[in-house]
Design a protein around this ligand. Structure first.
Ligand SMILES: [Zn+2]
Length: 312
C-alpha cells in the first residue's frame, strides 16, 4: 500500500503546492514592484565574500583567482591593482632563481616614537599581519631572462611602503652587491615617502642610497627604476628618480608633495592628470610606461641593450 501512495505523489495525481505562492488580492497591481524577501541562504553560498573584487575604475566584478592569474591587472580595463613584493618577484624572475638577502633585518625604534600608537607596536602589528615581510622591501639576486640581476621590490602594504633605516640599508647593500658582482640593478618602488617614525634616520637613507648608486654608475653598470602606484615623496626624491632608465606602470601616481600641497603653494589649478605616469611621460621625467603583464619581457629586452658587450 505504502508504495502505491508514493507513486501517486510522484506523478502528481494528488494536489501539490505551487512552486511560487500567488500574490494575495491585497497586493493589487503593484505586487511586482515589491522586492521579494530572499529567505534562502543559497545566494550567499554561490558568491562567498572575499572571492570577488570590484574594479575601482570600470566597476567590473572580477573573480579573485582570475585577478591573481592576470597579475592583479583588471582583464576589462587594465587597471593595475597594488601587488605585494613577493607576488611581484614571482612574476618577474625565472623559477627558483631568486636568492633573498638580509631577509631577517628588522627596524628598531631608535627615537622611542610615540603617537596614537608607538612605533614599536606598529612594527609588531605589521610583522604579524604580513608574516612574510619584516619591512617594506625585499631584496636579492635573481635571473630575468638571461641576466642575473640585483632586484629590490618595495611593498606598499607594509606601513605604506615607507622608507626607514631598514629599507635604506637593504637597498644600499643590494646596490653594493650589484656593483661588486658587476650585475645590473632593478628597483621597483612604491612608497608614501620617508618613515616619519624614524625622523632624520629615514631622511639619511636618501643620501645613502644615492651615494651607492653613484658608485654603481661609475662602474658603468645599469640601474633601471620602475615606478608603481604610488611612488612619492622621499623615495621619489632619491633613488626612484635617478635610474638610467625610469619606467612606470600605467596610471601610477608619481610625485613629491601631494596634489593639494602643490596647489596651495603654487596658487594654481593643476591639470586632471597631474602626477600620473602618463603626465610625467609627456613631460620627459620617465622613459616608458609598461604594463605589468609585459614587465618581465620588457625588462629582459632593456637589459639586453644595456648589458650588450658584457656578461652578467
Ligand atoms: Zn577594470
Amino acid at each position: 500500500m505504502a508504495t502505491k501512495v508514493i507513486r501517486k505523489k510522484a506523478i502528481g495525481v494528488e494536489p501539490v503546492e505551487p512552486a511560487v505562492t500567488p500574490p494575495t488580492h491585497d497586493a493589487g497591481e503593484t505586487a511586482f514592484l515589491t522586492k521579494p524577501k530572499l529567505t534562502s541562504k543559497s545566494k550567499k553560498r554561490d558568491i562567498p565574500e572575499g572571492l570577488w573584487t570590484k574594479c575601482p575604475k570600470c566597476d567590473e566584478l572580477i573573480y579573485d583567482k582570475d585577478l591573481d592569474s592576470n597579475l592583479k591587472v583588471c582583464p576589462k580595463c587594465s587597471y593595475h591593482f597594488k601587488i605585494g613584493a613577493r607576488e611581484r618577484i614571482h612574476s618577474l624572475v625565472e623559477t627558483c632563481s631568486f636568492e633573498e638577502m638580509d631577509a631577517l633585518m628588522e627596524s628598531v625604534d631608535v627615537l622611542k616614537f610615540t603617537g596614537a600608537a608607538s612605533y614599536e607596536a606598529k612594527l609588531a602589528a605589521y610583522r604579524k599581519k604580513m608574516s612574510m615581510l619584516k619591512d617594506a622591501v625585499v631584496t636579492g639576486v635573481g635571473r630575468i631572462g638571461t641576466h642575473r640581476v640585483a632586484l629590490g621590490v618595495m611593498d606598499f602594504q607594509f606601513l605604506g611602503g615607507s622608507m626607514g633605516s631598514v629599507v635604506g640599508e637593504k637597498l644600499t647593500r643590494l646596490i653594493e652587491t650589484a656593483t661588486d658582482r658587476g650585475i645590473p640593478l632593478v628597483i621597483i618602488s612604491t612608497s608614501g615617502g620617508a618613515r616619519m617614525y624614524e625622523g632624520m634616520f629615514s631622511l639619511m637613507q636618501m643620501a645613502k642610497t644615492c651615494g651607492a648608486l653613484a658608485y654603481h654608475a661609475k662602474q658603468r653598470l645599469p640601474y633601471i627604476s620602475v615606478l608603481t602606484d604610488p611612488t612619492t615623496a622621499g623615495v621619489m626624491a632619491s633613488y626612484a628618480s635617478v635610474g638610467d632608465l625610469i619606467i612606470a606602470e600605467p596610471g601610477a601616481t608619481i610625485g613629491f608633495a601631494g596634489r593639494r600641497v602643490v596647489e596651495a603653494t603654487t596658487q594654481s589649478e593643476l591639470p586632471a592628470d597631474f602626477q600620473t605616469a602618463e603626465f610625467l611621460m609627456k613631460h620627459g621625467l620617465i622613459d616608458a610606461i609598461v604594463s605589468r603583464l609585459e614587465m618581465k619581457t620588457r625588462l629582459g629586452a632593456y637589459l639586453d641593450y644595456l648589458m650588450a658587450g658584457r656578461r652578467s
